[in-house]
Design a protein around this ligand. Structure first.
Ligand code: HEC
Length: 138
C-alpha cells in the first residue's frame, strides 16, 4: 500500500516537472511575423504600437513601460539580451507571470535541452519578437 502511494506521488512530481511546451503547441504561431506575434501575445497590455496603452493596461496596477523607448532608456543601444531574457522568462517580471506560466499562456522556451524541435520553435518566435521590438524604437 505504502508503495502504491509512493508511486502516484512520484508520478505527480514527474508530471509537474514535465516540459510544458511542445513544438506542436506553438505550431499555430510558427508562421507569424514579429508584428503578428506582438499583437497576439503582448499588445493586450503593451498596446498595438508598444506605447503601454493596451486594453488591459487600466486594470494593471503597475505602469506598463513604453516599449518604443527601450533603446533611449539604455543609452541609445537596443538592450537585445535583456529583452530576450524578459520574453523567455529568465528575467522575472511579476507582471509577466512565471517562466512555466507566462501571462501570454505559452512558455516560449522549452526547458528540456533534448527537446530540440520545441526549443528551435520557441527560439524562432523569441528572435522575431526581439527583432520586432528593435524595429519600433524611436
Ligand atoms: C499582462 C500584461 C502584459 C503582457 C501580456 C506583456 N507584458 Fe511586458 N510588461 C508588462 C508590465 C506591467 C511591465 C513592467 C515591468 C513589471 O513591473 O513587471 C512589462 C515589461 C516589459 C518589458 C521591460 C520593459 C523595460 O522598460 O524594461 C519588456 C521588454 C516587455 N514587457 C516585453 C513584452 C513582450 C515582448 C510581451 C509579449 C510576449 C509582453 N511584454 C507581454 C505587462 C505585460
Amino acid at each position: 500500500m505504502a508503495i502504491r502511494i509512493h508511486k502516484s506521488l512520484l508520478l505527480a512530481v514527474l508530471l509537474a516537472a514535465a516540459p510544458v511546451v511542445q513544438a506542436t503547441d506553438l505550431a499555430p504561431f510558427l508562421d507569424y511575423n514579429g508584428d503578428q506575434l506582438f499583437q497576439r501575445f503582448c499588445a493586450s497590455c503593451h498596446g498595438k504600437f508598444g506605447y503601454g496603452d493596451g486594453p488591459v493596461a487600466p486594470a494593471i496596477k503597475v505602469l506598463i513601460p513604453d516599449l518604443t523607448q527601450l533603446s533611449k532608456r539604455s543609452g541609445g543601444r537596443f538592450p537585445a539580451d535583456r529583452v530576450r531574457e524578459i520574453i523567455d522568462g529568465r528575467a522575472v517580471l511579476p507582471a509577466h507571470g512565471t517562466r512555466p506560466m507566462p501571462v501570454w499562456g505559452y512558455e516560449l522556451e522549452a526547458q528540456v535541452p533534448e527537446d530540440q524541435p520545441s526549443r528551435a520553435a520557441a527560439q524562432g518566435l523569441i528572435d522575431r519578437l526581439v527583432d520586432y521590438l528593435s524595429s519600433i524604437q524611436r
